[in-house]
Design a protein around this ligand. Structure first.
Ligand SMILES: *Cc1c(COP(=O)(O)O)cnc(C)c1O
Length: 390
């Protein structure tokens, strides 16, 4: 989780620099006063290069990025949008806020969208599919894209948890029609709060940009006050300070992803797995961003025992199981009860395969600032617990 681990002098200097140059905090306009320095625009350009997308639009959060991307895909009230049961609440919140009906698939042992279930969930009203690359690992995109293409449905990748992950050599977020990233304080790159929409399709990018800025078309030859518009939007603009921080964090990104991958490999290679536990399956082993290590135990009892011992040794987990209620649709009565197909149902039962897999999964954060001693301690702690519980 390098983002917040690396916040330091460079980020502070970049923020101070914005103030020293007159403190233009809005990302658009004031061209003379800011001496043509636009940090959010710089961040967009560099980010699009980093992931290999033609276009990038920075926004105020990953949730905003999801909302803008759904608007860019022309999602309307009554449309169905498919996503997966294991995701952060934001994915479903954005679907609901765009007026659409969330349709939720099970996951498989990648802990990501199960393509077999995806196929079953498609109807004549499906207008978008949102695979979510959870905990740094890409979804099985070949299968998902094949199904989507067959039905002519656009794919929006929620890559908020997977910056730095690749699938067959391409960055997540660039495999479908549009992709979104988050820069909140828990993510791999952080600007405090922030998000990005990326696409290779100009029209999608433009609509996302307009939606993030009240419909402004950013017509180059007209003052902002007289700008033209064809759609309404909201204010999801990224602030100039966040753009400045983003540029600095991005410059550190390749290095930190390399470090977290190395650390994860070192831990993984030295674990003595036993009969009752395995690693999460990976759709592309080289593409794993490496910020999380996930075990899938054979039984929920084993998983619980492991977590109990692990906590006693002073270690914590990442989402599974400590924040599972924020990451599993089976617990989301507060949102899903608004929709007829879920009302009065026992949600956990609807996604019983996901309930089963997630209840047996334990996720451990991989930090980049771990030194050899800390890595050794983590390895020996896990191996000791494995030995005790098997
Ligand atoms: C963090 C996250 C989001 C939302 O991002 P914010 O920047 O916190 O709004 C969306 N989807 C997933 C999978 C996330 O992990």
């Amino acid at each position: 989780m390098p983002g917040f681990e690396l916040i330091g002098e460079e980020e502070r200097d970049a923020v101070n620099d914005v103030f020293e140059r007159g403190g233009i905090l809005l990302r658009y306009g004031f061209d003379q006063k800011r001496r043509q320095i636009f940090r959010v625009s710089d961040f967009e350009k560099r980010f699009s290069q980093f992931v290999g997308a033609t276009f990038a639009q920075a926004v105020s959060s990953g949730t905003a990025a999801l909302h803008c991307a759904l608007k860019a895909l022309n999602i309307r009230p009554g449309d169905e949008v498919i996503t997966q049961s294991h995701t952060f609440v934001a994915t479903v919140e954005a679907i609901i806020e765009s007026g659409a009906v969330p349709v939720i698939t099970d996951i498989d042992e990648t802990l990501n969208m199960d393509p077999v279930d995806l196929e079953k969930k498609i109807t004549s009203r499906t207008r978008a599919i949102i695979p979510v690359h959870m905990l740094g690992v890409p979804c099985n995109m070949d299968a998902i894209i094949k199904i989507a293409a067959h039905h002519n449905i656009p794919v929006l990748e929620d890559a908020c948890q997977a910056l730095g992950a690749n699938y067959h050599g391409k960055s997540v977020g660039t495999l479908g029609d549009v992709g979104v990233f988050s820069f909140d304080f828990g993510k791999t790159l952080t600007t405090g709060e922030g998000g990005m929409v990326v696409s290779n399709k100009e029209e999608i990018y433009q609509r996302a940009r307009e939606y993030s800025d009240h419909g402004h078309e950013c017509n180059p030859n007209i003052p902002r006050g007289e700008d033209t518009r064809t759609m309404w939007g909201l204010n999801y603009r990224m602030m100039e300070l966040a753009g400045a921080i983003g540029c600095v964090q991005l410059a550190k990104l390749s290095q930190s992803i390399m470090r977290q991958k190395q650390n994860k490999k070192q831990v993984k290679d030295n674990l003595a797995l036993f009969q009752g536990v395995k690693f999460r399956s990976l759709s592309d082993a080289d593409g794993d961003a490496g910020d999380t290590l996930v075990f899938i135990f054979d039984t929920q009892e084993l998983a619980k025992k492991f977590v109990k011992h692990f906590r006693q040794q002073g270690f914590g987990t990442k989402n599974l199981p400590d924040a599972v209620n924020w990451h599993f649709a089976g617990t989301w009565d507060h949102m899903l009860a608004c929709f007829e197909q879920y009302r009065g149902k026992e949600l956990m039962r609807i996604w019983d395969k996901s309930t089963d897999i997630l209840s047996r999964s334990v996720a451990i954060p991989v930090m980049i600032k771990m030194d050899d001693n800390q890595i050794e301690k983590l390895i020996s702690t896990i191996n000791t617990i494995f030995h005790e519980i098997q």
